[in-house]
Design a binder for this molecule. Structure first.
Ligand code: GTP
Ligand code: MG
Length: 445
């Protein structure tokens, strides 16, 4: 137990209109505080984990809400402490009055993420599982929600903990060599080399999951670009199924870029419509809007480069985009205007919808994504950094071994690797790490 000394409370549901509002409480003195404000019918008894109907008494003994309350005794609760939830009526006033009554009865307002932080500090969740709680709440697509749920269930920790155990056993065996003068011979060195190589592979496999699955976790950014009037805004609208962007036959219609999200097979896709690229224009506004378009192209996961099939001499994507390594899908637009098949690339029409399904397929293929078999584990950016650093330290241990360094030097690298890896699950925990993880939470979580 973390030994929290105070009772915390917060409104856990969004503020505003709705049917029900939930207020959460956790910590010592919970039942005493509830007894001051929760009025229950004399025939009823407040049993753990079952809902009870009651009233909340506010200032001057006035009844301020009719509620359902539930109580979860620690340590088998979400936070590991005594917890309760009070389900009352939502709205602008009532939840605040109920909260005020609870605070008056001895609780203090919880900080954002404090319930989950207590769950972590009481060993109910590892740090990556606690992060998954925030990620689940913030999920904007089905794939993000699925991945967050897997992480919450322990999918990452189950992969990371065995690696940590092996680092511990390597450090332990080196300590035995050091402390008890066990032989440090070719055999034990070969053994260590093999073990470190296997660890390196496991770390690499986790990093590969991040590379391959990042888009399922964070979504995909597709920038529509091309010369003026190519039909970018029309395609943007067609893919959204919404008349969102201005379309006109005048070149230079789009100035600022526009963003909108769609879901492709449960994956969040952020579409970006940009101003046409028109290098020869000397107009200042044209130049400014093209700068924005270029900047957007630089941040894309994929650029869809449109060319007007009915226009003469379509221009190629700018050199910088071609050299950026960002995949470019070249597409002929306005296919409905031309009878002949398009020369060697996909032809689409925003007007008739021709080729839009192929455009999605080609985009997914070009990105190397397998939407039929999405990954079930994807480390986040923080995990990636820790995995990379751990790999470097394991590499350093390998190098020290190859250079004939003594076992104590190698042990130092292994212990550092273990501490770095431990940041993922919170086995190794610092104040900064706690702040980093829990600052992203919302109130009541
Ligand atoms: N026939 C036909 N016309 C299209 C199609 N797509 C766009 N257009 C027309 O082409 C013109 C330019 O379309 P926009 O979507 O505004 O093109 P844009 O690339 O966004 O243009 P800028 O924002 O000015 O760079 C408009 O008159 C559209 O109606 C299409 O698929 N078929
Ligand atoms: Mg446009």
């Amino acid at each position: 137990m973390s030994g929290s000394t105070d009772l915390i409370a917060a409104i856990a549901t969004p503020q505003g209109s709705g049917a029900v509002s939930i207020i959460r409480l956790s910590g010592p003195g919970l039942l005493e505080a509830l007894a001051k404000i929760l009025v229950i019918h004399t025939d009823l008894e407040f049993h753990p984990r079952s809902l009870i109907l009651g009233h909340i008494r506010g200032e001057n003994g006035q009844i301020i809400d009719e509620v359902l309350a539930v109580y979860f005794p620690g340590p088998n609760s979400f936070t590991g402490e005594d917890c309760a939830e009070i389900q009352g009526h939502a709205g602008a006033v009532v939840p605040r009055l109920v909260l005020a009554a609870i605070l008056e009865a001895g609780a203090r307002l919880a900080r954002p993420g404090e319930f989950t932080q207590r769950a972590f500090l009481n060993n109910r969740l590892s740090l990556d599982q606690a992060e998954a709680v925030a990620e689940l709440v913030a999920a904007q697509s089905q794939s993000e929600a699925v991945l967050a749920n897997r992480q919450l269930a322990g999918a990452l920790k189950e992969r990371v903990n065995p690696i940590a155990e092996r680092l511990i056993s390597l450090a332990a065996s080196l300590t035995v060599i050091l402390d008890f003068d066990e032989p440090w011979d070719a055999n034990s060195q070969l053994n260590l080399t093999q073990n470190l190589a296997a660890l390196r592979q496991d770390l690499a496999a986790l990093l590969a999951l991040r590379r391959e699955g990042r888009i399922f976790r964070e979504g995909l950014r597709i920038v529509l670009a091309g010369p003026p009037n190519a039909g970018k805004s029309s395609l943007f609208n067609a893919l959204l199924g919404l008349d969102r962007a201005l379309v006109s036959p005048r070149p230079g219609t789009t100035r600022d870029y526009l963003e909108a999200s769609v879901s492709w097979a449960g994956v969040k896709v952020e579409l970006v419509d940009t101003a046409g690229l028109w290098p020869e224009s000397t107009d200042e506004l044209d130049q400014l809007s093209q700068d924005r378009a270029r900047a957007q192209m630089g941040q894309a996961d994929l650029i869809v480069w449109l060319r007007d099939l009915s226009a003469p001499n379509p221009s190629p994507p700018p050199q910088e985009a071609q050299e950026s390594g960002i995949p470019i899908l070249a597409v002929w637009a306005k296919a409905d205007l031309i009878a002949e098949p398009a020369p060697n690339s996909l032809a689409i029409s925003a007007k008739t919808g021709q080729g839009l399904a192929q455009l999605k397929d080609e985009a997914i293929k070009l990105l190397g994504l397998n939407f039929d078999q999405p990954p079930d584990l994807v480390p986040n950016f923080r995990h990636q950094k820790a995995l990379e650093k751990t790999s470097q330290l394991v590499n350093a241990a390998v190098k020290a071994l190859e250079e004939g360094e003594p076992p104590d030097i190698i042990t130092l690298e292994i212990v550092d690797a273990l501490e770095t890896l431990g940041q993922i699950t919170g086995r190794v925990m610092t104040e900064d790490l706690l702040t980093e993880v829990f600052s992203n939470f919302c109130l009541g979580k």
